[in-house]
Design a binder for this molecule. Structure first.
Ligand code: LLP
Length: 443
């Protein structure tokens, strides 16, 4: 069951509510509209898949950091994956159990690591200097830190070229040949570090979702990658245990894709993903950590726009809407495809043409979709960009002073609640209040 469906009457519905009706009661545009029940269903798919395993679902907060959504995911039983001090603060504010939080990143700052140490979250070691900083943080906080080693699994790129990213030139994680150096370094700091696990993250779904659409259609190949990586990781875990470390956690990262193309293709599910590593995890008596972002939140949301007008230049037809790359940058930044449709039925005489759907931002890169077959919309018509729950609002900017939009969700029973205020012009002006000289330096 999917939350956004076009019904026979030609209207787009979100959990039984007409998106057009929501547009009629929301003043500001564009806005993000989520389905709360879809969040539940996505989470439930992971929870069910993980049955029989000791596990932590670490939701990757970078995908979407709406506080209400975080509180809801925490209430459902999620942990959190964090990549900055502020993401950690937000996770704590949302009530996440620090014992179910993992602090990731290749450039974690000492002050943020101190907070992580104080709160007792898991920390991934990413490099030599990172280890150094984690040791310093442990000393400053007066607490031993539970650490995982982020190892690039070096899944053979010849076999799975487009989906293998833990490669030797990655800026993240450590090379496996350095494993012994890191184990010795951890041993040298018995009062500051406790090695509890190994982590890998195979990479972003960006390329999978965009360049590798045909590969995604063969769902199997994507989960094979996870199995290949898990086999390697479990080998590392065996080696680490052989040296006397009692490590219990295997973290296989995130990265499961979603059906951005709306082709109805059968994609790997959380169950496919977990089943492919289940026996390995059980055979070593490990706790499994997973770090899904996109697959929890992307398909729960649309960016709802209003059509400002339609124009033609040269051979191109344009639908100009009020949303833009400021609110949703994935198409501009990655050439990502996100499905677009109108929220209400078009008049029978509306001509169907091929349009670029663009925003008002002063950049030729400002587009939400290219070459889309759509009925010519009237001014004021509603137009949605689908699968906008992940890496859209969290990557929004205020370019051209568009100001970040409000967010709403549809709840069970059809109520619509605002879950975030849109930023305002006044918010912008506030950044300039009370500014002053902070020092006079020698010249
Ligand atoms: N764990 C780690 C260590 C990560 O780096 C990421 C994402 C995740 C988990 C979550 O991955 P997911 O399940 O969401 O694929 N802005 C890009 C995506 C960047 C992903 C960064 N890392 C986009 O819009 O497609």
């Amino acid at each position: 069951k999917h939350c956004f469906t076009k019904s026979d009457d030609g209207y787009l519905y979100c959990e039984g509510v007409r998106v057009q009706d929501v547009m009629d009661i929301v003043e500001r545009r564009p806005f993000y509209l989520y389905s709360k029940p879809q969040i539940n269903r996505n989470f439930e798919a992971y929870r069910e898949a993980l049955g029989g395993l000791n596990s932590i679902i670490g939701y990757a907060i970078k995908a979407n950091n709406n506080l209400k959504i975080l509180e809801h995911l925490r209430m459902l039983g999620c942990g959190a994956v964090l990549v900055s001090g502020n993401e950690l603060r937000l996770a704590l504010k949302a009530g996440f159990d620090p014992k179910r939080c993992i602090f990731n990143g290749n450039g974690k700052l000492l002050e943020d690591l101190v907070l992580a140490a104080q709160e007792g979250v898991f920390v991934n070691i990413d490099s030599e200097f990172d280890l150094d900083n984690i040791v310093s943080a442990a000393r400053i906080a007066g607490k031993k830190v539970n650490v995982l080693l982020r190892i690039n699994p070096d899944v053979d790129p010849q076999v799975h070229a487009y989906v293998a990213t833990g490669n030797k030139n990655s800026k993240f994680g450590i090379r496996n040949e350095k494993l012994q150096w890191f184990l010795d370094a951890v041993k040298a700091h018995p009062n500051d570090l406790k090695l509890v696990g190994a982590h890998c993250h195979l990479g972003s779904t960006i390329t999978k979702a965009i360049d590798v659409a045909p590969l995604l259609l063969v769902g199997e190949s994507v989960v094979d990658i996870f199995r290949d990586a898990a086999v390697l990781m479990v080998n590392y875990i065996d080696q680490i245990r052989d040296q006397g470390f009692e490590i219990d956690y295997l973290n296989i990262g995130g990265g499961l894709g979603i059906d951005y193309y709306h082709t109805g293709a059968v994609l790997p599910t959380p169950r496919d993903l977990i089943d492919t590593v289940r026996e390995l995890v059980l055979s070593r008596n490990l706790n499994l950590i997973i770090e899904p972002g996109r697959s929890i939140i992307a398909n729960t949301c649309c960016l709802v726009n209003r059509v400002t007008g339609v124009k033609t230049n040269g051979t191109k037809n344009f639908i100009v809407v009020d949303g833009s790359m400021s609110e949703l940058i994935r198409p501009s930044l990655y050439g990502a495809y996100q499905h677009i449709e109108l929220v209400s039925p078009s008049p029978p005489d509306a001509e169907i043409s091929t349009f670029d759907v663009v925003g008002p931002v002063c950049e030729s890169a400002d587009f939400l979709g290219k070459d889309r077959e759509l009925p010519t919309p009237n001014r004021g018509a509603g137009l949605v960009v689908h699968d906008a729950g992940a890496y859209c609002m969290s990557m929004a900017s205020t370019y051209n002073l568009k100001m970040r939009p409000p967010e709403y969700w549809v709840e069970e029973g059809g109520s619509v609640a605002k879950i975030r205020h849109g930023e305002t012009f006044e918010d912008h002006i506030r950044c300039f209040e009370g500014i002053r000289v902070i020092g006079t330096l020698d010249i």
